[in-house]
Design a binder for this molecule. Structure first.
Ligand code: SF4
Length: 322
């Protein structure tokens, strides 16, 4: 008789995985492939997930890091969900490339806020992570020197503005709600005249996924975050789990990455997924777990989501004309 599998209690965080901005970006590439045929060029990973990128590549998408890598072509060139500096659409226009912008509307909203502050003569503080493409894109909306990046409380302590009475702040959309709150509080204490959003610019998807993790992390032995190492919101979910008292949190891209030795001592497991991780990868991991454990699965819900962003206008119009 086969040995009985050990019982493993799984708490599935909800919401998890794809957000409306990621769905829109992936559908933009798929729609462009269907309308114009391959190849479709995509500047930067359309979303930070290797599985998604490989699937689109197999359908005819060609991923590049810079427009210089795109030949002179009539094929569409799509900008990723993270947004791009102004210089990129300008470069595309100079080369007569057919550019389609899949920047998440919530990132575009931050770009517009940044521009408004600049027009009103304010020095802008951006809370975010250096070199993340979203930060590069937001800083690149304005001339060099208009936006000062702060990453930590220490950066805020050291910051000397040109005019403390004429300051604004904006944030990256995928930060830790808690850490960003601390940085914003310090900015407001040091510079009481600073203007900005009511709290920060962290998007609904990042906030909701962190809230679900905050409910689950304190009562599990291990939190698995399905997501890529270069995905900001996935990294934050791991950190949020650790800071909420979970003894261990790991970022896992595929079932093959699971550390079975580590799972041996776990009786309650939390699972979530970053906003760029497809549900099929969560299912793959659940299937792998089910082969070794008798799973008892419960979903822990922090928020219901019904957000939907329509495709970029050009893709919608072409769709209607079909
Ligand atoms: S994580 Fe937020 S900002 Fe980023 S694509 Fe999703 S909804 Fe948009």
């Amino acid at each position: 008789m086969a040995a009985e599998k050990p019982v493993l209690q799984v708490l599935l965080c909800s919401p998890r995985g794809f957000c409306a901005g990621v769905v829109r970006a992936i559908e933009s590439v798929e729609r462009a492939l269907a309308l114009y045929g391959p190849p479709v060029y995509v500047r930067h990973e359309i979303v930070h997930n290797r599985y998604v990128v490989d699937s689109l590549r197999a359908k005819g998408a060609i991923f590049v890091e810079e427009l210089d890598e795109v030949p002179d072509t009539e094929a569409p060139v799509i900008f990723s969900a993270h947004g791009v500096p102004r210089a990129i659409p300008e470069q595309a226009a100079r080369r007569n490339l057919f550019a389609l912008d899949a920047t998440c509307p919530l990132v575009t909203k931050v770009h517009r806020e940044t521009e408004i502050h600049h027009r009103r003569g304010r020095q802008i503080v951006l809370i975010g992570h250096a070199r993340h493409p979203e930060v590069v894109g937001t800083m690149g909306q304005l001339p060099p020197g208009s936006v000062t990046l702060v990453e930590t409380v220490e950066d805020v302590e050291k910051f000397t503005p040109r005019d403390p009475e004429n300051l604004a702040f904006v944030t990256q959309t995928t930060l830790s709600v808690q850490d960003t709150g601390t940085i914003v509080d310090l900015l407001k204490r040091r510079f009481p005249q600073i203007v900005g959003p009511h709290k920060e610019d962290i998007c609904y998807a990042t906030t909701n996924r962190q809230e679900a993790v905050l409910k689950v992390a304190p009562v599990v032995d291990l939190m698995i975050v399905v997501g890529a190492p270069n995905s900001s919101n996935s990294q934050r979910l791991k950190e949020v789990a650790e800071s909420a008292g979970c003894p261990r949190a790991v970022l896992v891209q595929r079932a093959a990455d699971l550390d079975w030795g580590m799972l041996g001592s776990v009786s309650r497991l939390g699972i979530t997924a970053g906003a760029s991780a497809p549900e099929v990868l969560v299912e793959e991991i659940m299937d792998a777990l089910a082969q070794r454990f008798a799973l008892s699965v419960e979903t822990v819900t922090a928020a219901e989501e019904g957000v939907f962003f329509p495709l970029p206008r050009l893709l919608r119009e072409e769709h209607a004309a079909e």
